[in-house]
Design a protein around this ligand. Sequence first.
Ligand code: HEM
Length: 270
Amino acid sequence: MSYEKPSYENLVADLKKLVETKNCGPILIRLSWHDAGVYSTGKLTGGCPNAAMRFTDGGEAKFAANAGLPTVALGLLNPITDKYEGFIGHADLWALAANVAIEVMGGPKIPTRFGRQDAKSSADGVDSFVGRLPDGDKGGDHLQQIFYPKGFDDKDIVALSGAHTVGSNHLDRSGFDGPWTEEPLKFDNTYFVEMLKKEYKPETTSKGASQFRNSDTNTVMLASDLALLEPPYRQYVEKYAADQDAFFTDYTAAWVKLQELGCSGLRDTL
Ligand code: HEM
């Protein structure tokens, strides 16, 4: 960690160094996604990226869907959170950290806007993740039930799911087990390429979760991933497998929208 006075350039440099030295890009992406992804309209309302998960006395930090985020992800970010306290808000830091991670891992350069309002206590979070964050053992209808009330369409669902090109499932967090791709620290379109190419067999993990494994390469897919091979999603899987630039373009648009759900008056600079 460098000790220059806080500046945007130093902050980005520190985040890059964190991602490179700890190989923690994937969990930082998941942190930003779950912070923002609780947003919903319709039957469920409210929710926004507000870093409510940092209050560990209850609320979002205790959601089963967030397992590993308050402990592992926030633990990794802690030195940077402390160093830049007062310079950048928590939710803005989480959004920026994810975008630095995506770029460091070879993905698109995604603009971050600033001005998210941080939660002041766990009570400022939403009550439950049910109906707000998706379950990995469910199919295509469930994806629509979760993502449509956030303002996303079928194309967005496929593009956003492409983030599973990085990272891994952890038995002690979700109960699922294994990485989606053979290079889980590289942000590219491999998730789509492999999904179309490989054969997956159903299995049950030692935690009782149902998933699908390619035994030749030990990569896995969840039911929610393989649902994308069916209509109306498959056309986008085929497009992104053939055209990484198209994936990056559509991912960027959907991801920026996700990171800004429920926010207003965001600024282009800190
Ligand atoms: C479409 C529905 C989705 C489902 C059902 C789902 C489910 C999951 C599950 C079960 C895990 C494993 C957590 C663990 O055990 O550590 C995970 C990890 C991850 N998810 Fe998703 N997810 C979805 C969408 C997304 C979206 C929209 C993004 C971001 C755009 C995303 C990014 C990630 C990343 C990067 C990881 C890896 C974290 C790590 O390696 O620690 N996911 N997801």
